[in-house]
Design a protein around this ligand. Structure first.
Ligand SMILES: Cc1ncc(COP(=O)(O)O)c(C=O)c1O
Length: 388
């Protein structure tokens, strides 16, 4: 079997009935058995036996197999959203009295889930800086899960996956990484010893800003637990969305490669602009996390962050764009800009913003696949609208 990522994401299960180029959509919620005794197969955990689509479905399974292959894993589970994947996976491995150690700078809703909702079930989270993640074995030896993201939103700073795994392994804590910003093309945390990789598949994997989906990728053993959680919490994806994801996956590698190239050129372009105070992108050799990113990523990604003088300048810049859209979310074919203090980091206190390393003048850019020169011109004209 050819196992390059572009091939793996195109060729999954075959349509054996009609030899169609695409694996079909099975919209059925229920599947009949030939004989009543066949239900024994389900009890026996038979993988290729479908009875009810909240448990599993052939169209969904095809995409799960592709995602598992792209993350060099044995198995994967699809969900109706990234948050369904994240919350179900966390709850699948925790019980009352357990502790989680999490990076302080997380996607906002994940942070709020751990801060406000998980404690209602007796699960407490210590929010820490990267340096404490690297020493989790000595500082938090009882942690059940060590949870982090890399690159981090919105600053695109990177956490060393190897260092966290090394520390967590000493105590047997499970490591969870949200790999949404990198995508399975640019980073494979399971190869570095991580236990569970999470994705908001709404972003790069879907890639067209028209599918809500999530994924948890892990060994077969851990996936069994995650799937038990899925069955109970019910955040399953529907087969039509799963088919849309299958279609999106077929262009994932070419999209990501173009986004990597374009983001690199745009980061270098912004470095040359006087009105831009700071450019944050892991692919810039001047970036603090360049070496970490180089060690663990095969591409630096399509997310970058620029810092303008203040919030008014950020607004003027975003409101002047003609190609890029001023919208939250990321990972689509269209370039999006957003001001973190008005979107992902809204209503945070000055102390919280400081801890998140977010400033008022920051603009986050999710680079799409439009022509890079057109984007550059759009950004150049928008910068001209800012007073000198
Ligand atoms: C890094 C990250 N993780 C998880 C999520 C949640 O994903 P979803 O919106 O698909 O539930 C998001 C959404 O923006 C995100 O940016």
């Amino acid at each position: 079997m050819q196992n390059n990522k572009s091939t793996l994401s195109i060729h999954g299960r075959k349509d054996k009935l009609y030899r169609g180029a695409n694996f079909p959509i099975y919209p059925s919620t229920t599947f009949a058995v030939e004989k009543s005794d066949d239900y024994d197969k389900f009890i026996g955990d038979e993988e290729e036996f479908y009875i009810y689509s909240r448990y599993s479905n052939p169209t969904v399974r095809n995409v799960e197999e592709k995602l598992a292959a792209l993350e060099n894993s044995e198995a994967a589970t699809l969900f109706s959203s990234g948050m369904a994947a994240i919350t179900t996976s966390i709850l699948a491995f925790t019980k009352s009295g357990d502790h989680i150690v999490a990076l302080r700078r997380l996607y906002g809703m994940t942070y709020r889930f751990l801060r406000d909702i998980a404690p209602r079930f007796g699960i407490e989270t210590h929010f820490v800086e990267e340096s404490e993640l690297y020493a989790v074995d000595t500082k938090y030896p009882d942690a059940k899960i060590v949870y982090f993201e890399t690159p981090i939103n919105p600053t695109t700073e990177c956490v060393s996956i190897r260092k966290v795994v090394k520390a967590a392994r000493k105590t047997g804590a499970l490591t969870f990484v949200d790999n949404t910003f990198a995508s399975p093309i640019n980073q494979n945390p399971l190869d570095l010893g991580v236990d569970v990789v999470l994705h908001s598949a709404t972003k790069y994997i879907g890639g067209h800003s028209d599918i809500m989906a999530g994924a948890a990728v892990a060994s077969k053993k851990l996936t069994r637990e995650i799937q038990e959680g899925l069955k109970a919490f019910g955040g399953c994806i529907n087969p039509i969305d799963a088919y849309m994801l299958d279609r999106s996956l077929k262009t994932l590698k070419v999209r990501i490669e173009q986004q990597n190239r374009s983001a690199q050129r745009l980061a270098e372009f912004f470095m040359r602009q006087r009105k831009v105070k700071r450019v944050l992108y892991p692919g810039l050799p001047s970036s603090k996390c360049y070496n970490t990113a180089k060690r663990q990523m095969t591409g630096f990604g399509g997310m970058l962050c620029i810092e303008l003088g203040n919030l008014d300048e950020g607004k003027r810049f975003c409101d002047s764009l003609e190609v890029a859209l001023n919208a939250t979310s990321l990972g689509g074919v269209e370039t999006l800009v957003s001001i973190p203090v008005l979107t992902s980091h809204i209503k945070m206190s000055p102390e919280e913003l400081k801890a998140a390393r977010v400033t008022e003048g920051m603009v986050r850019i999710s680079v799409g696949i439009e022509d890079t020169d057109d984007l550059m011109l759009d950004f150049k004209k928008a910068l001209e609208k800012i007073k000198a």
